[in-house]
Every structure is written in C-alpha cells, then in structure tokens.
Design a protein around this ligand. Structure first.
Ligand SMILES: CC(C)(COP(=O)(O)OP(=O)(O)OC[C@H]1O[C@@H](n2cnc3c(N)ncnc32)[C@H](O)[C@@H]1OP(=O)(O)O)[C@@H](O)C(=O)NCCC(=O)NCCS
Length: 193
C-alpha cells in the first residue's frame, strides 16, 4: 500500500529523537509499552495478546500511517498520521482530497515526562505542513486524558470541540471528547518564526 509518507526522506532527526515509518520488526518493541493497561486504557484498541496486536499492527492500512519514535536507537513511542479528505461540497470535492490529517501518539510510560512526545509531535507537524503541504491537522482524545490534551496545547493546537458524553469507553462509560486542530496558517505564523 502506498502512502503519502513514502515521499518523505526518512529517517527524520530532531534534537534528541529519530522518526521513521514502522516496519514489521517494530511489533514487539511497541507491544512492550502498548500492552500496559495505563496505555491501552486511552487507545481505540487494547489487544490482549501479542498475536492479536501483531494482526492489527501488520494490517497494510495501519503500517501506512504509523511512525516510530527512537531515542538512541531504541523505540520509545509511536505516532499516527492519517491523511484524509476534508469535507467539501460535491462540485469541488476533488480540491479537498488528502488535505488534512489526524494525528495520534503514544510514549512508553517509562519515557514520559521528558518532552519526547512534544518534540516528536512538533516535528510531525512540520512534516505535515512543510513536507506534505497539508492545510489542517487534527487530534482527538477523551477529555479525561489530560496528558494527551496537554500535549496538544503544548504544541500549539487549538481546542475546537468539547463534545458531551459522545464517546463510549470500553469500561462502559460514556465520556466527553475533545477535538483540537492546527492550520497551516497557524503553523506559518507561530511565535518564533
Ligand atoms: C499522551 C502522552 C504521549 C503524553 O506523554 P508526556 O510524557 O506527558 O509528554 P511529553 O513526552 O511531551 O512530556 C511532557 C512532560 O515532560 C515535561 N518536560 C520535560 N522536559 C521537557 C521538554 N524538553 N519539552 C517539553 N516538556 C518537557 C513537561 O513539563 C511535561 O510534564 P508535565 O505533564 O508534568 O507538565 C502519554 O501520556 C501517552 O502515551 N499516553 C498513553 C497513550 C495515549 O493516551 N495516547 C493518546 C490517545 S488520544
């Protein structure tokens, strides 16, 4: 499966980290932290076994939108960048194709609290706007996932949506959701540029 991400010159380096597309060899290093209850608690899927995880991980549509974050050659987290069409009226829908992306992130809890997710997501925003030429980037989380929405705010994303009890957690509880976004125009006019 081809991906827009194929056009980027990987790996991409930041001050401390390396970002690159996932490969099938990343199943076990990512499972090491994704299997933890504190991580799976917030995620769309919480597979119970390595086999189940591997099946989901190796699906072509998952591989095509997933990156890993490395620190000194070790996988410490992963990112999702799911490029999608924007909504448009039918007559000009072709102009809205592939212009936005939804982002996602996970950091090994053993590596949390050092700004690695912030550093990786800032770089991912740069890739989205400067390399992929996207117009808009979004991210969503349960409102109770404070670490995630604080990350969105640290990287300058705008809270656009607070939806009330629209999101069903696997605990059976209906939870509030938050939606954040950043526009290419915001990126170009961010402080310090
Ligand atoms: C969401 C998640 C990635 C955030 O991780 P995180 O460790 O809080 O984020 P960072 O790696 O950017 O670290 C930020 C923390 O390090 C601190 N920090 C230290 N050095 C830093 C630096 N150089 N730059 C930025 N922050 C730094 C910050 O102050 C912040 O700490 P605080 O929350 O106590 O204020 C993580 O909680 C996670 O993986 N959760 C489980 C999966 C999940 O929920 N994913 C999202 C689903 S919507």
């Amino acid at each position: 499966m081809t991906s827009l991400l194929d056009d980027i010159a990987w790996p991409v380096h930041t001050a401390r980290l390396t970002l690159r597309p996932v490969s099938v060899d990343d199943v076990e290093p990512t499972w090491a932290y994704r299997r933890l209850e504190s991580v799976g608690h917030w995620l769309t899927r919480a597979p119970q076994t390595l086999l189940e995880y591997r099946t989901q991980f190796e699906a072509p549509e998952m591989l095509a939108k997933s990156l890993v974050i490395e620190l000194d050659g070790e996988v410490v987290g992963d990112l999702m960048v799911a490029v999608a069409d924007a909504w448009a009226q039918a007559e000009i829908a072709d102009r809205a194709r592939g212009v936005q992306a939804e982002l996602g992130w996970v950091i090994d809890p053993g590596r949390a609290g050092h700004g690695y997710a912030t550093e990786a997501v800032r770089e991912l925003l740069r890739i989205c706007f400067e390399d992929l030429g996207l117009l808009r980037v979004t991210a969503a989380c349960f409102s109770a996932n404070e670490a995630s929405w604080r990350l969105m705010e640290r990287v300058g994303m705008r809270r656009e949506l607070h939806s009330v009890r629209d999101s069903l957690h696997r605990s059976g509880e209906w939870l509030d959701g938050l939606g954040y976004a950043l526009l290419a125009d915001d990126w170009r006019s961010r402080p310090g540029t």
